[in-house]
Write a protein that binds this ligand. Structure first.
Ligand code: PMP
Length: 429
């Protein structure tokens, strides 16, 4: 037994399913999860001393590679002044200023501790602002585990086969309307059938949580204008795409202005942080400026703010990071496509910038139904073949990969080679 296997056996007796977040358990790909001991730059190291090239990067935030020196230094510097005050700090002001500069649609912003908190608060604010109860979300989008979002949810919920979680009341579920991603007609129908009842439409402008799924041309524009027509707010959940697809997130890349934006991951530099923000007139209804309550003892935590500030300042001051991320993405995807051609395979790759997914299906993947057409046992074998070759992928077909600038040309070539061999191995079994 490896050390990871031993740890997993013990973990299962102490933690539900042995993990603190479901996808980590390798349920859909089979086998026992790898327990991580440390990471640096483009590499992860497990408890058995094995090295892996990182293609998840803590599900997004390690955009500059692991333990990036300026972030590490910022944390070390901050730690000597204590770890939490539960009182306002200079760093929170600096953080708010930086975020509002980088993401112009965000005029005011509130820090929270996770993406889940951010989306949960954003819909409360949307409901408070509009005086309406219902929200529209898209099938296969994941917005964290708050009750309202565990309806046709993507990510781990989709991977575990529980997109609609028990424990969510019928009343809550009834207020969440769902439409297929990229289907404007379905959205319009929901808005018409629920006239003056929809507070907000929330979506991942580029979906990461059913694998990487891009908005079709006109889709985001269409949702924006439907929101305007029906006086509903548009919420972009940029927990994955924020500060990754561009300095100003997917909204900058696609040129669409949402009313509210939710963010996470990257703004904490890997620390547990999220944020929501948007139009000042909307954000001013949040307590204590207004009546919509939302709070957090650890919100704006000084260590997390220090890590996040170091990360965001670096991204803000080095636009070449985004050019490089796009180049790495392009090289990898071109390499993967060339291997597919060579092997006579017609699988789908969805790609934008530093996010992509190889779907084990010949169908194009533009929504949840199409994503579900993938050959999951084949993906499981492919995942393990990659792991054996030292490449750490998301342990589910329904996730995007996230690249970091720490990937060198040599590593990119290694990944392309591993991908080709792994596909062959997975198909031969
Ligand atoms: N929104 C999106 C788009 C996400 O991808 C996630 C998590 N991956 C969340 C919200 C929830 O964030 P957290 O896991 O930090 O609660």
């Amino acid at each position: 037994m490896t050390t990871s296997e031993q740890l997993f056996e013990k973990a299962k007796t102490l933690i539900p399913g042995g993990v603190n977040s479901p996808v980590r358990a390798f349920r859909s790909v089979g086998g026992s999860p790898v327990f991580i001991k440390s990471a640096k730059g483009p590499y992860l190291y497990d408890e058995d001393g094995r090295e892996y090239i990182e293609l998840i990067n803590s599900w997004g935030p390690m955009i500059l590679g692991h333990a990036f020196e300026p972030v590490e230094k910022a944390v070390r510097d901050a730690i000597q002044y204590s770890f939490s005050f539960g009182a306002p700090t200079r760093k929170e002001v600096e953080m708010a200023e930086l975020i509002t500069n980088m993401v112009p649609s965000v005029e005011k912003v509130r820090m929270v501790n996770s993406g889940t908190e951010a989306t949960m608060a954003a819909i409360r604010v949307a409901r408070g602002f509009t005086g309406r109860d219902k929200i529209i979300k898209f099938e296969g989008c994941y917005h964290g585990h708050a009750d309202s979002f565990l309806i046709a949810a993507g990510s781990g919920a989709m991977t575990m086969g529980i997109p609609d979680s028990p424990g969510v009341t019928k009343a809550t579920a009834a207020d969440t309307l769902t439409a297929p991603f990229n289907d404007l007609a379905a959205v319009e129908k929901l808005l018409d059938n629920n006239h003056n009842q929809v507070a907000a439409i929330i979506l991942e402008p580029v979906v990461g949580n059913m694998g990487c799924v891009l908005p079709e041309p006109g889709f985001l524009e269409g949702v924006r204008s439907l929101c305007d027509k029906h006086d509903a707010l548009l919420i972009f959940d940029e927990v994955m795409t924020g500060f990754r697809l561009a300095k100003g997130g997917a909204q900058e890349r696609f040129g669409i202005t949402p009313d509210l934006t939710t963010m996470g991951k990257i703004i904490g530099g890997g620390m547990p942080v999220g944020a929501y923000g948007g139009r000042a007139d909307i954000m001013d209804i949040v307590a204590p400026a207004g009546p919509v309550y939302q709070a957090g003892t650890l919100s704006g935590n000084p260590i997390a703010m220090s890590a996040g500030l170091a990360m965001l300042h670096h991204l803000n001051d080095h636009p070449e990071v985004y050019t490089r991320l796009d180049q790495i993405g392009e090289t990898l995807v071109n390499g993967f496509r060339a291997s597919l051609v060579k092997l006579g395979l017609n699988y789908t790759i969805n790609h934008i910038g530093s996010m992509f997914t190889l779907f084990m299906t010949e169908r194009s993947v533009t929504n949840f139904t199409e994503a579900k057409s993938c050959d999951l046992p084949l993906f499981g074998r492919y995942f393990h073949a990659m792991l054996k070759r030292g490449v750490y992928l998301a342990p589910s077909q329904f996730e995007s990969l996230f690249l970091s600038v720490a990937l060198t040309d040599d590593l990119t070539a290694q990944i392309i080679q591993a991908n080709e061999e792994s596909l062959q191995e997975a198909l031969a079994e």
